[in-house]
Design a protein. Structure first.
Length: 308
């Protein structure tokens, strides 16, 4: 699989609930014959059907078109591939990883049932303010409850596999502290606001009126406005928008910068330097990195064939 930009990886991630998708290189086979025409890949002899692939692809194409607009899948990344092509590649990889995870779960006598997907469905419904809202969102994508159940079942595989890893691999606090101490970027989190404009001239007019943090904040509180606002959670300094803004200090106003065809003005409004909270967040990162290494080893040990 070819590399894609970090931002597109995030956007076209197949996972809706969990965040355990990583990207690895898989050997592909360009030839197709009668014996492989109905499958997209196999893992240790276990076939992944093209019918299942097509079903999931339709779901995610509808999902991203709904969330990011009808033209999103046609847009091209820096490497010249459309978002639809990237989605197709990553979906194949993701389905292969699902099969590798299932095999590992089975070898550890972990049985998969509807319990895991039902739990995730309840979590998703809560996030969307109830089952009615969840059902409305599913219908808006042109799918039914069975479709979302299939997706959540796949998510439950990933959660079960990550839980298995945690059970088998106890993390020492010393290792987390060493990991934290070695990376200074983990020692501070940033929260920011962004004014986002469709028109560069409008962005310039407002930028001229912003003289300090107080005047910037005044534009956040306006009820009538011809721009949108992004309010971030706490993020690290390598956050994409922060990097593009070139701002590193609180209450400093960025120059106008372009992001995905929009014109942006950013200001950092606060830091989080609480070491206990930062260590807990660093532990999550350390665990996920360790898990990715574990999954990577499983993939390398598997006999994988790709037919698309």
């Amino acid at each position: 699989m070819k590399q894609t930009t970090k931002n597109l990886k995030t956007k076209t991630s197949k996972i809706l609930i969990t965040a355990f998708l990583l990207f690895v290189t898989l050997t592909s086979c360009n030839s197709k014959d009668k014996t492989t025409s109905n499958i997209i890949a196999s893992v240790d002899g276990k076939a992944i059907s093209s019918d299942l692939y097509s079903k999931e692809l339709r779901f995610y194409q509808a999902y991203y078109s709904k969330v990011y607009g009808e033209s999103y899948l046609e847009n091209k990344s820096k490497n010249g591939k459309t978002n639809d092509q990237i989605l197709r590649d990553e979906l194949v990889d993701s389905m292969i990883k699902d099969q590798v995870m299932k095999k590992d779960l089975e070898s550890n006598n972990i049985k998969l049932d509807d319990n895991g997907s039902n739990i995730l469905k309840n979590i998703l419904a809560d996030k969307l303010n109830g089952e009615d809202s969840l059902e409305a969102n599913i219908l808006a994508l042109g799918f039914n409850e069975n479709s979302i159940n299939d997706i959540l079942y796949n998510d439950s595989i990933r959660k079960a596999h990550f839980d298995l890893y945690l059970k088998k691999n106890k993390v020492k606090d010393k290792d987390v502290v060493d990991f934290y101490n070695k990376d200074k970027n983990l020692h501070r989190l940033y929260k920011y606001n962004v004014l986002v404009f469709d028109d560069e001239s409008v962005a310039k007019d407002i930028k001229d009126k912003i003289t300090d943090a107080k005047s910037f904040k005044s534009f956040l509180n306006k009820t009538a406005r011809n721009y949108s606002i992004i309010n971030s959670d706490f993020v690290y300094i390598n956050d994409q928008l922060l990097l593009e803004s070139k701002v590193k200090e609180k209450d400093k106003i960025s120059n106008i910068f372009e992001h995905k065809g929009k014109y942006c003005i950013l200001m950092i409004n606060s830091y989080n330097e609480n070491e206990n909270e930062l260590l807990l967040k660093a532990k999550d990162i350390y665990l996920k990195n360790s898990y990715y290494d574990y999954l990577n080893r499983l993939i390398k040990e598997s006999k994988i064939k790709v037919f698309v």
